[in-house]
Design a protein. Sequence first.
Length: 267
Amino acid sequence: MSFVVVLAIAAGVLGLAVGSFLNVVIHRVPRGESVVSPPSHCPRCHSRIRSRHNVPVFGWLVLRGRCFDCELPISARYPLVEAATGALFVAVTLCFGVTATLPAYLYLATVVVTVAMIDVDLRRVPSAVVRPSLIVAAVLLATPAVVDGDWWRIARGLVGGAALVAVVFGIGAVTQRLDASAGALVAMLGLYLGWLSWTALLLGVLATAALSGADAAAGASSEADPGGPVAVAVACRTRVPLAACLCAATIVVVLSTASASGLPALR
Ligand SMILES: [Zn+2]
């Protein structure tokens, strides 16, 4: 078996395991609950999920999407989040190879899955996820740049973060829907895009401007936001999950431009 195949399998297994943990984070963090305890359990009969059924994707398939004890249906989104994280880990690993840069972009994949799913659920950017992630991302991206003495990447990353924040808030000022957490998210996405290349940053800025502009246009035509749980329920039906779209656009740009960004090739 070639090195690339072994690497892809290892990345996929790691991604599935990370995706399984992200399901817990996505469910519990917006509720202010601990991600460590209690262990995974059925929401109806409270039976603890057995370790043989807690294997990502395969556990759900073996149980045919139902609780082993009470047969309550288990949503297909759990194995889908695990499979998506696994697929992203494989794609990122094949794009970046075994380099000092790889941990930084695996971390990006982890954060975008989390933020996107929480935004789809609640139309909210979780500050408990994005604020620490901005710092972790800065450290993970600075490390390979310092090791290689490539200070230009750091400078371009800072330009990227500032550019995306300026675009989103310039357009968002119309709708007043953006807060500091959204700012931290787009600063992080811009950092990753700028670190990679000017091409990635330019494509990211264009995608961000298009998505934010479409969201602002849709928001301007609806009623003022009264806040509270009713507003969340209304927003989930009517509003596009902007943060999830920005996350998806960033990952697409990163994966499609990484190989042309002057990074060491895998093959
Ligand atoms: Zn049950």
